[in-house]
Design a protein around this ligand. Structure first.
Ligand SMILES: [Zn+2]
Length: 232
């Protein structure tokens, strides 16, 4: 993925290829990281930060599944990054244990029943949050012109980061691995997720960056939303 520029002095880029998308949001040489990746990607992340000369002031978690929150404790310890999480997943993060969601398609439903049998694999290093929010959180304090909104559905504490009112980093609320199919293969509550999509659409963002895969356009989300909101 090319680095994106909001036109208002903020740059957003993927840190390094990894199991989940880890984004850096940078403005006037201050940076935050969105999601921390899975623990086995730690060396790759460390090298990328070093190579690019980035010291993240904060790590914002779009949610706390093991593949997104696996390095949060390490980043806090190693770089002094402040950890931001939505209230409803603060405890899962503190325990390093977030339940895996239900499958939303036939094939992912059977994957989940397999996953439940190997659940300990999904645990990660416990991490204490520095900032916990309920509905919204302003990123001003880190020098970033943006805010976070609560977008539950994939998981209870789902969060979407809105940068310069134009780019949304949506975690697993949106998926970019299958072109034209942005609905995630796993979700705790599909109806709630659809309502969260409405919130994301209402921000006016034109580009949506998912937790896995490539950027998704506003039009793609609006089309899928109008289909799904009729059947929910
Ligand atoms: Zn997830």
């Amino acid at each position: 993925m090319e680095a994106l520029n909001t036109g208002h002095g903020t740059e957003i880029f993927r840190l390094t290829p990894a199991r989940c998308n880890i984004f850096i949001v940078r403005r006037n040489s201050r940076s935050i990281m969105v999601d921390s990746g899975i623990s086995f990607d730690r060396h790759r992340i460390e090298h990328a930060l070093e190579r690019k000369g980035i010291i993240p002031e904060a790590v914002v978690l779009t949610h706390t599944h093991f593949d997104h929150a696996g390095n949060a404790a390490w980043l806090a310890h190693e770089y002094g990054a402040e950890i931001v999480v939505q209230e409803d997943e603060k405890e899962s993060l503190a325990e390093g244990d977030t339940p895996i969601p239900k499958g939303t398609y036939h094939f992912t439903k059977s994957l989940v029943s397999l996953g439940e049998k190997i659940a300990p694999v999904f645990k990660y290093e416990p991490c204490k949050a520095d900032h916990v929010f309920t509905d919204t959180f302003d990123l001003d304090r880190f020098g970033i012109s943006g805010y976070i909104i609560h977008t539950p559905g994939h998981s209870p504490g789902g969060a979407t980061i809105i940068i310069d009112d134009s780019i949304a980093i949506a975690g697993d609320s949106i998926i970019g691995t299958i072109p034209g199919s942005p609905f995630p293969p796993f979700a705790d509550d599909e109806g709630q997720l659809i309502r969260s999509w409405k919130k994301i659409i209402d921000t006016g963002c034109h580009t949506l960056l998912p937790g896995h895969g490539k950027p998704v356009s506003r039009e793609t989300i609006i089309n899928e939303y109008s289909k799904r909101s009729r059947t929910q």
